[in-house]
Write a protein that binds this ligand. Sequence first.
Ligand code: FMN
Length: 224
Amino acid sequence: MQILEAITSRKSVRAFKSDPVPKHVLAQIVEMAGRAPSAMNTQPWEFIVLGGQLLENIRKANVEMLASGKVPEPEHVVVGWTNDSIYRQRQVELAKQLFVLMDIQREDKEKRARWMERGFRYFDAPAAIILTTDRSLKEGAPDLDIGAAMQNICLAALAFGLGTCIEDQGVMYPEVLRKYGGIPETKRIMIAIAIGYPDWDFPANKVQSSREPVESTTTWRGFD
Ligand SMILES: Cc1cc2nc3c(=O)[nH]c(=O)nc-3n(C[C@H](O)[C@H](O)[C@H](O)COP(=O)(O)O)c2cc1C
């Protein structure tokens, strides 16, 4: 697969077939993650690859936490926009698209809750990769590097016919991941990536997220 084709065809996949992903394939994908650039080659990442019964236990525990009303305490916060901002507008636009595809009415609290739960279940993917960084690093310093590794995972996955969804929903309850995934307190849990063979018949997987035209995000100086 060509690079530009991979970049343009990658999209978030929110439903997967139950077929397991072979360990040797996941191993190649995390190896590609580790090929990402990092500041002064610090490589400030670690990957915890979850599958099998252990991942089932994590899904169950996450959903129990959610149902109990436990307030999530993620260790890396991705949401920080105000309600009157363009960022909020884009978030709402995506949610609208997904809800139309999933036939979820705005006022249907039950269906909305079931939808939300899916994220905490890693969209029932057969595997999930958790990205962590070392707490000895200044908070925020490794974020660009982790992001590069994250994108490498999503792009490398395509070469094996796999789909991914980067999801902070998957790391909302760090205590669950620490308990079942054996992640020590010395590691900051950054982000999860659900990974598996896409179920393209699932309505939400038909979503095509929009992008701002490049003219409105790019400034040229010194060009004709
Ligand atoms: C840091 C980060 C966190 C995300 N968290 C979630 C999430 O919790 N649940 C979800 O369904 N999608 C999540 N996404 C996926 C975004 O919604 C998605 O990337 C965006 O809508 C653009 O769509 P695309 O990935 O299909 O191009 C996350 C993406 C990023 C980069």
